[in-house]
Design a protein around this ligand. Structure first.
Ligand code: ZN
Length: 245
């Protein structure tokens, strides 16, 4: 199609109609994406420990003690599994709660993960925290020293927990044998890279080891959306970055 003919009324000397322009832009983007090898920005760390690790994206969720569960759901309620998670022994339960922040903004349907633990913890994203009006620390699961307050609302009762909300560190689950192979240990921090349309390098990824676990990285929904990834993909392990943040 001769684009100059169609735009003879335009003041600019050469003008392309909108639909054609969009088509040209889309084609150029596709051409760049399909021809762009991962080596465009070489990652120097992808050396001997280069390794693809399955990604699991953690949506906001709750861990409860059995006492808190019975309080919120009633004495006769039974804690039941809905479906197993990737890590052996862990599961998404059938039970959800509404979480409420100090401005009375709430998020319903936040799932409780099993098995029950010996502490109450709500893991949310920073986007959730802004919405709820709280300022939780980015920290390791189980470290509730500076955790933020939330009210949990269940079918039987509600409960204000002064220190329960955190933003979980990016972390890697792995058995100790896998850690040894990758040259890391419990508590180390690593770097990983995600390719695709929004390639991203994540730092401060905490290594957690347990021989019952399978190798997997957990990112929250903010991190996953920043890199435009969903579950069922892989990240590239780039190596250890030190033993503290
Ligand atoms: Zn995890």
């Amino acid at each position: 199609m001769n684009t100059n003919e169609r735009c003879s009324c335009a003041k600019r000397p050469v003008s392309v109609p909108h639909d054609e322009l969009i088509d040209i832009i889309v084609k150029s983007i596709h051409a760049v994406l399909s021809s762009e090898p991962d080596t465009k920005q070489p990652i120097e760390e992808s050396g001997p420990h280069s390794q693809r690790i399955p990604l699991g994206i953690s949506n906001r969720h709750i861990h409860l003690t059995s006492t808190t569960f019975q309080k919120l759901f009633g004495d006769r309620a039974e804690f039941e599994s809905m479906r197993p998670l990737y890590q052996p022994g862990e599961f998404a339960s059938k039970h959800t709660l509404t979480i409420v922040g100090p401005k009375l903004r709430s998020i319903p349907g936040v799932r409780i993960l099993g098995p029950l633990r010996n502490y109450d913890q709500v893991e949310i994203s920073l986007t959730d925290a802004v919405f709820l009006g709280i300022d939780p620390p980015v920290t390791n699961s189980g470290n509730l020293k500076n955790a933020a307050p939330l009210t949990l609302v269940g079918p039987n009762s509600s409960l204000y927990l002064e220190k329960c909300a955190i933003v979980a560190n990016r972390h890697l689950h792995m058995p100790t044998s896998e850690a040894a192979r990758l040259g890391v240990k419990e508590g180390d921090f690593c770097r990983v890279r995600i390719g695709g349309e929004k390639p991203t390098v994540f730092e401060n990824v905490l290594v957690r080891t347990n021989d019952n676990w399978k190798l997997q990285i957990h990112l929250d929904t903010d991190d996953a959306n920043a890199a435009n990834v969903r579950d069922e993909t892989f990240v590239e392990f780039l190596g250890k970055m030190g033993t503290g943040i």
